[in-house]
Every structure is written in structure tokens, then in C-alpha cells.
Design a protein around this ligand. Structure first.
Ligand code: CO
Length: 222
């Protein structure tokens, strides 16, 4: 076989055979329905695959990824993923996952022109401007990158919480919490950014708590 991408197709068949060897009914059961408990909103970066880095099999995480894990109130793609996950799948957790060393975040800090994507990254630019004083206090660029990656994940959690889908879910008493995490490419460790929101009333206190904690702790990159 010498079809384009044949290595990928061959490794797919090997993977499928291995999965069936471990559990002969794996695909049969998964094909009937998905019932993930988590919605993951992460960066498109190839080094941050959702299920793999938390060691979960297919079927466990509903995933939305875009450049720099942005949740924009006019992005029909992300809003639709949130709506489907909350209303239909009834996920219990939405996790916004940033990652240290994010190229999108770095492009904002460098004010580098990349093309069309600059318009998308303007959302991260807004986060940087909002927290300019915190960022200006960090003299080394890698530290500034790390802090903006953390701030961006926290700000995107507030955007998730302000969507009509999430507010309506809380209004009707649906169990749903929203969290901010940040992943280290250097050692594969996930950091909890201590922003957990499970009701509308908790959003502001949780946001302030997370920001205050960032001011207290040194920039963590692992
Ligand atoms: Co990234």
C-alpha cells in the first residue's frame, strides 16, 4: 500500500486491533453512544492532546480546541460545542486548558504579525491589556508568557460562565462546574489555577480568588 498518509492509516489499523485485543466490545459499546463528563476547551497546539495527557480513553472527553484556547461570545463553533455539551451530553465539568509556552500568547507579547490569526489573538491581547500591570512587573519574557497563559485561561473561564447556556443550566439547577488549568510542555504536568465556579453567584469571588493567588505565588511553569 502506498496511498498518501499510508503510515497513519496503517497505524490506525494496528491501534484498532490493540484496543479490541484489550476489550473485544470496546468499539461496539462506544459506537452506541457517548456520555463524557467533561468538556475540554484547549489550544490547537499539537503537543496538548486532550484525552492522552489525562490518560483517558476515547469517549470520556468532549473537545473544543482553537488557537490559544479562546472563548469568544461571537464564535458560533465554540458556543455550539458548549451548548451541545451542556444541554445534550450534560457534562458535569467544563475545563479551560491553557498551556505554558503557547505560541499564540507569545505572538501577542511580541506584537508579532502572523496574518489573519492576529485578529483572533486580539482576544488574548485584550486579556494582556486588562492585566498590564501584573505582566509589566515580570521582566523575563518566559515568565510573562507563563503568566499571560494563566490569566488567559482564567479570563476564558469567565467567558464560559457568562454564556447563556451555562447561566441557564445553573438557573435550572443543573450540576455544572467550570475550571481553569494550565499544562506544562516541559514536564507534562497540569496545574490547577484554582478557579472553580459552580454557580453564577460564585463567578466573581472565584475570579478574584484566582487572581489574588496568582499575585501571591511566583510564576509556575510546571
Ligand atoms: Co497554544
Amino acid at each position: 500500500m502506498n496511498a498518501p498518509l499510508h503510515e497513519l492509516l496503517e497505524s490506525n489499523r494496528r491501534w484498532s486491533a490493540e484496543m479490541r485485543a484489550q476489550d473485544p466490545r470496546f468499539f461496539e459499546q462506544l459506537a452506541k453512544q457517548q456520555s463524557p463528563k467533561y468538556l475540554w476547551i484547549g489550544c490547537s497546539d499539537s503537543r496538548v492532546p486532550a484525552t492522552q495527557i489525562v490518560d483517558l480513553p476515547p469517549g470520556e472527553i468532549f473537545v473544543q480546541r482553537n488557537v490559544a484556547n479562546v472563548v469568544s461570545h461571537s464564535d458560533l463553533n465554540c458556543l455550539s460545542a458548549i451548548q451541545f455539551a451542556v444541554d445534550i451530553l450534560k457534562v458535569e465539568h467544563i475545563i479551560v486548558v491553557g498551556h505554558y509556552g503557547c505560541g499564540g500568547v507569545q505572538a501577542v507579547l511580541d506584537e508579532r504579525r502572523l496574518g489573519l490569526v492576529d485578529n483572533w489573538l486580539r482576544h488574548v491581547g485584550d486579556v494582556a491589556e486588562k492585566h498590564n500591570s501584573m505582566l509589566a512587573g515580570l521582566d523575563l519574557m518566559p515568565l510573562r508568557n507563563a503568566r499571560l497563559c494563566e490569566l488567559n485561561a482564567i479570563e476564558q473561564v469567565t467567558n464560559v460562565c457568562r454564556t447563556t447556556m451555562v447561566m441557564d443550566a445553573w438557573e435550572r439547577g443543573q450540576k455544572l462546574s467550570v475550571h481553569a488549568w494550565c499544562y506544562s510542555l516541559d514536564n507534562g504536568h497540569m496545574s490547577d489555577l484554582n478557579m472553580h465556579v459552580d454557580s453564577r453567584a460564585e463567578l466573581q469571588p472565584a475570579y478574584e480568588h484566582a487572581l489574588q493567588r496568582l499575585l501571591r505565588v511566583p510564576v509556575a511553569m510546571s
